[in-house]
Structure formats: structure tokens, C-alpha cells
Design a protein around this ligand. Structure first.
Ligand code: AMP
Length: 205
């Protein structure tokens, strides 16, 4: 039995065609159900549906053999105890610093609102800039408008969300895409099976 951890939304939508090419398919009925464990056309493969930020933990602890998670989520998690086997080149975007203007970044201690505390800390540490990080779980764009922070660090795709909230993308931290991750022990014990699926997905990327 092979368990694959996925999250609903963007990643699931873009992963389904890749899995299909590896001959793993999930019926419409399963997908539209509220079940958290989905059957596939292959009785040896099941899919678990969890929050995107939980995917690395499920894989790390062996509750799932394989998972698909954004590089942003992996960097925040630390991704210890798992292998990042493949860049799937899906759900692409950038992690960026955004503010109303460039001048806003000229602060002795820059106040930053973000969900990405570890990535932000690391980026500004490398730059040697003193920061105060305010951890938020959503609606980051609001923070500079109401004086909670000088800027934000968030994922940017089209830039429309920033624009709609009067913010500009100012500094590019890193390119983000979804990665296929594997539990270290599973990679050893189910090596042939996992490598078979990975090569089929990879061959079609
Ligand atoms: P956009 O307006 O297209 O720049 O999208 C920005 C919004 O979508 C932000 O709220 C981001 O957190 C979210 N977002 C954009 N791309 C991704 C992605 N690949 N994965 C998860 N969230 C994303």
C-alpha cells in the first residue's frame, strides 16, 4: 500500500493530471465527497487530503509515503527526515517583500507581517537588516494599511492581490513551485514502487 498526501485546491488540481500519467486516477465521486481518505483506481494507492502546511509532517512521520507540497511550506517546516525528489514545476509563484513604496523599507527596525516567519528571518539575516516579524495566518496585505507593519512577505503570482491593496512587489526572495517529497524509510522499503511512479511522473514533466 502506498499513501500519497495532497492538499485541496491549486495543488490537487494541478497534481491530478500528473498522477493520471502514472496511472493513478481518482473518480469525480471520490473527489467531490467529503472523505479525507480517497480511493484510486489502483487498490494499492490511496490519497489522503490534508492542509498544505501539514503535508511535510505526515510524510516526515511516515503517515504518508509521498506528499506534494510547495517549496514555501517545505522551507517553513524545515523538511527534516524527508527526501525532496522532484520539482513538479506546478503552482509556481514567488516569495516577495511588498510595501506601499520602496522608502517604507528604509527603517532601522523593519516591521514585517508574514505567515513565512522562518524564510523571512533567514532572508533578512543574510541581508544584515534588523527586523521585527509579526506572524499572521492570512490577509497579510492589510497589515501595512492599518499600521501593523511596514511591509509584508507573501507569495505573489499575478501581483493582482498586491495591486488591489495598494502594495508593490519590491524584493524577490525565492521562486516557489510544488515538490514531490518522500518519507526516508518508505523510500528504502518501497523503493521499486516509488521509483516506478516517480519516473512515470518525471518522464512526462
Ligand atoms: P496573485 O494575486 O495572483 O499575485 O496571488 C496572490 C495570492 O494568492 C496571495 O494571497 C498568495 O498567498 C496566493 N498564492 C499565489 N500563488 C500561490 C501558490 N502557488 N500557492 C499558494 N498560494 C498562492
Amino acid at each position: 500500500m502506498l499513501t500519497i498526501a495532497l492538499s485541496k485546491g491549486r495543488i490537487l488540481e494541478q497534481t491530478l493530471p500528473l498522477l493520471k500519467r502514472a496511472n493513478i486516477e481518482i473518480s469525480e465521486e471520490e473527489l467531490s465527497s467529503r472523505k479525507l481518505i480517497l480511493n484510486t483506481n489502483n487498490e494499492n494507492v490511496k490519497i489522503i487530503i490534508i492542509r498544505a502546511t501539514d503535508v511535510p509532517s505526515f510524510v516526515q512521520h511516515g503517515a504518508a509515503d509521498i506528499g506534494i507540497a510547495g517549496k514555501d511550506v517545505l522551507m517553513e517546516h524545515g523538511a527534516v527526515g524527508l527526501f525532496e525528489l522532484l520539482d513538479l514545476n506546478i503552482s509556481k509563484c514567488s516569495l516577495m517583500v511588498a510595501a506601499t513604496s520602496k522608502e517604507m523599507l528604509d527603517q532601522q527596525t523593519l516591521k514585517i507581517a508574514t505567515k513565512y516567519v522562518n524564510c523571512t528571518k533567514q532572508y533578512f539575516q543574510q541581508k544584515g537588516q534588523q527586523v521585527e516579524i509579526i506572524k499572521l495566518y492570512g490577509s497579510m496585505e492589510l497589515a501595512p494599511k492599518v499600521g501593523l507593519s511596514h511591509c509584508i512577505v507573501d507569495l505573489v503570482d499575478t501581483g493582482n492581490t498586491l495591486k488591489a491593496n495598494g502594495l508593490k512587489p519590491l524584493e524577490h526572495i525565492i521562486d516557489i513551485s510544488s515538490r514531490l517529497i518522500v518519507n526516508v524509510a518508505s523510500y528504502r522499503t518501497k523503493n521499486k514502487q516509488i521509483r516506478g511512479y516517480v519516473s512515470k511522473i518525471k518522464g512526462k514533466l
